[in-house]
Ligand binder design. Structure first.
Ligand code: CAA
Length: 257
């Protein structure tokens, strides 16, 4: 299906979504978010998709929420329509999703990248929460997720000053998992995604769910959750296959992928 603001492709078992509003540096308007959610829902249902890569252009992953669309919003409109809650679907997407970030990831763009499972950054990436310069603050999880990623001091400085972080600082502080040269970003993201998609999908989904628990609960509760999910994996044919393949010194052939 054709979309106005995103390009959706399938590369083997990997779903690739490219944000595509070049004239507005991929500013996130409601139409784009609706399209993104629809594409993700399709990938979630598709048994032949094992991982998704979300990316933008070389200049901008996304320069934030669409300021022009947002500027005349009233409090009542924002409240009644629960503005920005629909963006959260990315964080509830159950399959692995990688943000491949080049250029600007500002405001809602940085928040969208942080909703993905991890961020691969190009060496020209710039992350920031400049909302304070517009008389607001981050509204799509930035004050919460950035703080969990990089700690209070750095998150506070970025949210209070609007300062941006380059790719090296993002990697150093744990916001990006790795930095790669710009011209290798997509290839590398697709390679990593293919690797994930080649494992057992339910096991990858449970692993994701378990890592995400670390953000939402205490250590003791998280470890208990992990143990329960770990035990359940022994009911899967892919656990039997993965371990048999190791013992027989051959590559595993996971069934559920
Ligand atoms: N919303 C709407 N349009 C945007 C946009 C945004 N967030 N960011 C860029 N654009 C538009 C510009 O208005 C411009 O359009 P026109 O050609 O029609 O004027 C076009 O994209 C190109 O932008 P610039 O000319 O500004 O490009 P630049 O290279 O000189 O600067 C930039 C790039 C530093 C990213 C600059 O565009 C910028 O500062 N953008 C805004 C960043 C920002 O404040 N983001 C936070 C938004 S608020 C938010 O996200 C709230 C939240 O928490 C959800």
């Amino acid at each position: 299906m054709a979309y106005n603001n995103i390009i959706v492709e399938k590369r083997g078992k990997v779903g690739l979504i490219t944000l595509n509003r070049p004239k507005a540096l991929n500013a996130l308007n409601s139409e784009l978010i609706g399209e993104l959610n629809e594409a993700l829902a399709k990938f979630e249902k598709d048994d032949k998709t094992g991982c998704v890569v979300l990316t933008g252009s070389e200049k901008a992953f996304a320069a934030g929420a669409d300021i022009k669309e947002m500027s005349s919003l009233t409090y009542i409109d924002a409240y009644k329509n629960d503005f920005i809650t629909s963006w959260d679907y990315v964080s509830r997407f159950r399959k692995p999703i990688i943000a491949a970030v080049a250029g600007y990831a500002l405001g809602g763009g940085c928040e969208l990248a942080m909703m993905c499972d991890f961020i691969l950054a190009a060496d020209n990436a710039r992350f920031g929460q400049p909302e304070i310069t517009l008389g607001v603050m981050p509204g799509a999880g930035g004050t919460q997720r950035l703080t969990r990623f990089v700690g209070k001091s750095k998150a506070m400085e970025m949210c209070l000053t609007g300062r941006t972080m380059d790719a090296a600082e993002a990697e150093r502080s744990g916001l990006a998992s790795r930095v790669v040269p710009l011209d290798e970003l997509l290839e590398e993201a697709l390679k990593v995604a293919e690797k994930i998609a080649d494992y057992s999908l339910p096991i990858a989904m449970m692993t994701k769910e378990s890592v995400n628990r670390a953000y939402e609960t205490t250590l003791a509760e998280g470890v208990r959750f992990e143990r329960r999910v770990f035990h359940s994996m022994f009911a899967s044919e892919d656990q039997k296959e993965g371990m048999a393949a190791f013992v027989e010194k051959r590559a595993p052939q996971f069934r559920n992928k």
